[in-house]
Design a protein around this ligand. Structure first.
Ligand code: FES
Length: 174
C-alpha cells in the first residue's frame, strides 16, 4: 500500500494542474479576446447607401458646377455613433433634365480639395487641371476627377460617397 502512495500523489498533482489550467483558460480566454477586440475588424462604417443631396431642381441645367457637402446622416464605429458627419465635398454638373454628373472634390493626385476656376477645375496643391467633364487637362494627376455613383429618385439627387485610392491611373476603391 505504501509503495502506491507516490503514484497517487503524482496523479493528484497532475489532476490539480489540469483542473487549475482548465479553469484558468476558461477565465483568461474571454479576457484576452476582450482586450484584443476590435483589432482586425472594420470599426468605422461609412454609409454605402445613397446620400440625399436635395431636390434635383436645385441644380440648373447648363449652369457652372456647384459644390455641395456630402453629409452622412449616421456614421458608426465600434463605440460611438455620430449624426450628420461631413464626408467630403462634391461638384455637381447638370447637363440635361435627367443627366447629372457628380465628381468627388478630392483631387485624385494626392487628395487636396479641387476648386472651380471659371472654365475648369483646378487643384491648388500641385496645379492639376481638369476639364468641366472631369478629364485631366494638365498636371501630375494620373486620372480625371472621380465620378461618384448617382441616383435620381422622386425628384431628389442622391450620391454614394466613395473614397478611391490616390495617385493611380484607374479608379480603385480605397
Ligand atoms: S493633390 Fe491635387 S495636384 Fe496634387
Amino acid at each position: 500500500m505504501a509503495d502506491r502512495e507516490p503514484d497517487r500523489r503524482g496523479f493528484l498533482k497532475l489532476a490539480t494542474c489540469a483542473v487549475g489550467g482548465g479553469v484558468g483558460l476558461v477565465v483568461v480566454a474571454p479576457v484576452l479576446k476582450l482586450l484584443d477586440d476590435p483589432s482586425g475588424k472594420i470599426t468605422v462604417t461609412t454609409p454605402t447607401e445613397p446620400i440625399d443631396l436635395g431636390a434635383i431642381d436645385r441644380f440648373q441645367i447648363g449652369a457652372e458646377p456647384t459644390k455641395v457637402e456630402v453629409i452622412a446622416p449616421l456614421v458608426k464605429d465600434a463605440w460611438t455613433a455620430a449624426r450628420n458627419v461631413v464626408l467630403g465635398g462634391a461638384w455637381i454638373r447638370r447637363t440635361s433634365p435627367e443627366k447629372i454628373e457628380v465628381f468627388s472634390a478630392v483631387c485624385p493626385h494626392l487628395g487636396c480639395g479641387v476648386g472651380w476656376e471659371g472654365k475648369q477645375f483646378g487643384c491648388p496643391c500641385h496645379n492639376s487641371k481638369f476639364a468641366v467633364n472631369g478629364d485631366v487637362v494638365t498636371g501630375p494627376s494620373k486620372r480625371g476627377l472621380d465620378a461618384l455613383p448617382v441616383q435620381i429618385k422622386d425628384g431628389r439627387l442622391r450620391v454614394v460617397w466613395v473614397s478611391y485610392k490616390l495617385d493611380t491611373d484607374a479608379k480603385v476603391l480605397g
